[in-house]
Structures are given as structure tokens and as C-alpha cells.
Write a protein that binds this ligand. Structure first.
Ligand code: ZN
Length: 168
């Protein structure tokens, strides 16, 4: 059991490590694409952020960063194999002051609107709900500086599948 746990941790760090590499590559891509505008990659006008979700109900990242006014393309990939009606994932960025638990329970009852309750009034941006093997993306303007919560609004997932979207 102990060995298993160690193997899991090792795999996890490998994943985190390789993600870091990927991010570096993306950053370099951004640098090439925006050469005309600025040499500072940190202030690129557009960024792409990738989040993955798996069959264990986990996002691969807990923190996503952007700069105020940046055009953010958020790519969500479901790396598992389970269907969207059993292990669906989305990314929902909540407006500040939204209570995650209340939103999460309202979302559970909002199957007809892809688990986005109240016409999306508490939401800054959200992807559609996807199942294993699928990828989806959204593009939106980063909101004002501050910390925002993001969750998966599939019933029962928000407790574990949540993180911070930090705008600097
Ligand atoms: Zn989910």
C-alpha cells in the first residue's frame, strides 16, 4: 500500500513537472506571436491556459493566473474515459462573493442548462460540460485584478474540483 502511494506521488510529480515544461513551450510560442507588440511575455495580450480533468474527479491545477485585460483562452481536456453524464467536467469561473456551496447545489439541479444555474448570473466564464477524451475551450477577457474561484459544476464535484483564478 505504501509503495502504491509512493508510486502515485511520483506519477503526480511527473505530471506536474511535464505540465511545467508544456507551459514553458507555450510561453515561447506566445513570445513569437506577439513579437511586434512587446518583448515582455508576461504582458502578452493573449494567453492560453490548459486545465485537465480526469476520472478521479481531479483538476491538474489549483491556480490559474492571468493579467487584467488579457484575452484568456482556457482549454479544458478530459483525460479520462468516463462519459459526460457520469463523470462530466467543466470549468466555471465564479464572480467574487459567490458562495461555492450554494452555487454548487443550485448547479446540481440545473441539468437542463448544462449545470449553470440562474442564467449564469454568478459566472464570469464557463466551458461546456465534457466527458472522457473530449476537449473544449472558451475565450474571454480577464476580469479586474483579484482572486476568483473556479469549479466543476457537475453534481458533487465542486467540493474537490475547485481552484483559484488569479488576475494580476
Ligand atoms: Zn467534474
Amino acid at each position: 500500500m505504501k509503495t502504491l502511494k509512493l508510486a502515485f506521488i511520483l506519477t503526480l510529480s511527473l505530471i506536474i513537472f511535464s505540465c511545467g515544461d508544456e507551459k514553458k513551450q507555450e510561453k515561447e510560442k506566445v513570445k513569437i506571436g506577439t513579437k511586434k507588440q512587446t518583448s515582455n511575455t508576461g504582458n502578452a495580450k493573449e494567453i492560453e491556459v490548459k486545465i485537465t480533468g480526469n476520472d478521479q474527479m481531479q483538476f491538474n491545477v489549483k491556480i490559474v493566473r492571468a493579467k487584467e485585460g488579457q484575452k484568456v483562452t482556457l482549454v479544458l481536456e478530459h483525460t479520462g474515459t468516463m462519459a459526460a453524464n457520469i463523470m462530466g467536467h467543466n470549468v466555471v469561473i465564479l464572480k467574487q462573493g459567490t458562495d461555492i456551496s450554494s452555487f454548487g447545489s443550485e448547479a446540481s439541479a440545473a441539468k437542463d442548462t448544462d449545470y449553470i444555474p440562474n442564467g449564469g448570473k454568478d459566472v464570469i466564464a464557463h466551458t461546456k460540460m465534457i466527458g472522457g477524451g473530449q476537449t473544449t475551450s472558451i475565450t474571454f477577457d480577464a476580469p479586474a485584478k483579484g482572486e476568483y474561484d473556479f469549479i466543476c459544476s457537475f453534481p458533487g464535484h465542486y467540493g474537490i474540483m475547485q481552484g483559484k483564478f488569479i488576475v494580476e
